[in-house]
Design a protein around this ligand. Structure first.
Ligand SMILES: [Zn+2]
Length: 390
């Protein structure tokens, strides 16, 4: 194995509170990181770094863990520019817009879907994302959902079965029949290709009883729950997620005090997706309220062609700091260690010995610049599994 040291890092985010200044970010100044193969083997002060085969001088720039984007919808075809344009001209977002993408996705070839996934993954990588989750949910037939998961699995770290995105247009008059399909033959076909099961628990999609049936059936097949919860309105999604020990309740835009308490007391991460609120001109989720209550918060892109067509975690960090009450430290933690927690991973989202060597070198002296300089391409190098990829 070849060892590489990145030295003279002005500020290194380790996400290990036992290191550096004792905050959750575990900041070390004038730091170095040593990579051996695909792993991090040493972090500390630059002057104490061990000898290595290669050295890269960060020359006073910052290094952070690669972003962990724990929520996206990348297996799709088609385009919804006109819907976005209309919405920005005053029409509200409704869950039904998904049907446009379903029609285009069903009509697309495997190669076209795969190329689309690769394209947006490459785009995300250039912006510092090194761990990615994506979902099915634009097929809504047994064959099309299983196909989406197979394609996702070729490209992704984490794959989620979301047959319960909306009731398939083919079952518009028989939603109970669609739940039977999602929990029966579709689940059988999809479970081998996924780690997670998700449901859009929302008015116009699936109610609490349907969501419970779907998640419970998935769990019986070895899939672990995550939930699209409380995005467009108050509802049962968050409390169901906590009750079923879902890894994550995603969106969390409309929360009662009881919802916040449940998240603070349970093991379920609150994943906030400000790209969706941005792209639908909706009310921001209140990250401050969740953090003050003691909930674990993750930030993710929700990258999808309808309601949040951004692959940029730095953009989401800037929104979270500007509009959701997060400090820059909290937002960077949420987009790295928080995303890892939302995927129940301990090998990513941190720069500590033993972790996967996923690093981002910023063209800035501090991670705070991700919020301080919004919209600026600050990612200057990316290593994934120890390999320099940007
Ligand atoms: Zn989503």
């Amino acid at each position: 194995m070849t060892t590489t040291a990145v030295t003279h890092i002005a500020s290194l985010v380790t996400n290990d509170p036992s290191l550096g200044n004792g905050t959750p970010l575990g900041l070390i100044h004038d730091a170095a990181v040593v990579i051996d193969g695909d792993r991090i083997v040493w972090t500390g002060e630059s002057s104490k770094a061990p000898a290595t085969d290669n050295v890269l001088d960060a020359a006073g720039r910052a290094v952070i863990p690669g972003f962990v984007d724990s929520h996206s919808h990348l297996v799709f075809a088609g385009d919804r520019t006109e819907e976005f344009n209309a919405r920005m001209s005053g029409q509200p977002y409704r869950a039904g817009g998904i049907r446009t993408t379903v029609a285009a996705t069903r009509a697309a070839s495997d190669d076209d879907l795969s190329a689309n996934v690769a394209r947006y993954l490459a785009e995300a990588l250039r912006q510092g994302t090194t761990t990615f989750e994506t979902k099915s949910g634009y097929g809504l037939t047994v064959e099309d959902e299983a196909r989406a998961l197979r394609i996702a699995g070729r490209h992704m770290d984490e794959v989620t079965y979301l047959g319960a995105h909306i009731v398939s247009p083919d079952y518009a008059d028989d939603p109970a029949g669609y739940v039977d399909l999602v929990t029966g033959p579709m689940l059988d076909a999809c479970a081998p290709h996924a780690r997670w099961i998700d449901v859009f628990c929302e008015q116009g999609a699936f109610d609490g009883d349907q969501a419970r049936a779907i998640l419970t059936a998935g769990r019986a097949k070895g899939l672990h729950p995550r939930v699209h919860a409380n995005q467009l309105s108050y509802g049962p999604g968050v409390q169901l997620a906590v009750e079923l020990d879902a890894a994550s309740a995603d969106h969390c835009t409309h929360l009662t005090d009881a919802d916040v308490d449940a998240l603070a007391q349970g093991n379920t991460v609150a994943t906030l997706l400000p790209g969706a609120e941005f792209s639908t001109r909706a009310e921001w989720p209140d990250a401050r309220r969740l953090l003050d209550a003691g909930a674990t918060v993750a930030l993710s892109t929700d990258c999808n062609p309808g309601s949040s067509f951004t692959s940029s975690v730095p953009f989401c960090i800037a929104l979270a700091v500007r509009d959701m009450g997060m400090t820059p430290d909290e937002a960077v933690w949420a987009a790295t260690a928080g995303g890892a927690a939302a995927l129940r991973r301990t090998d990513v989202g941190r720069i500590t010995p033993g972790a996967r060597a996923d690093l981002v070198l910023l063209d800035a002296p501090s991670h705070v610049h991700l919020a301080y300089r919004p919209g600026v391409p600050l990612v200057s190098a990316v290593w994934r599994r120890g390999e320099r990829v940007v």
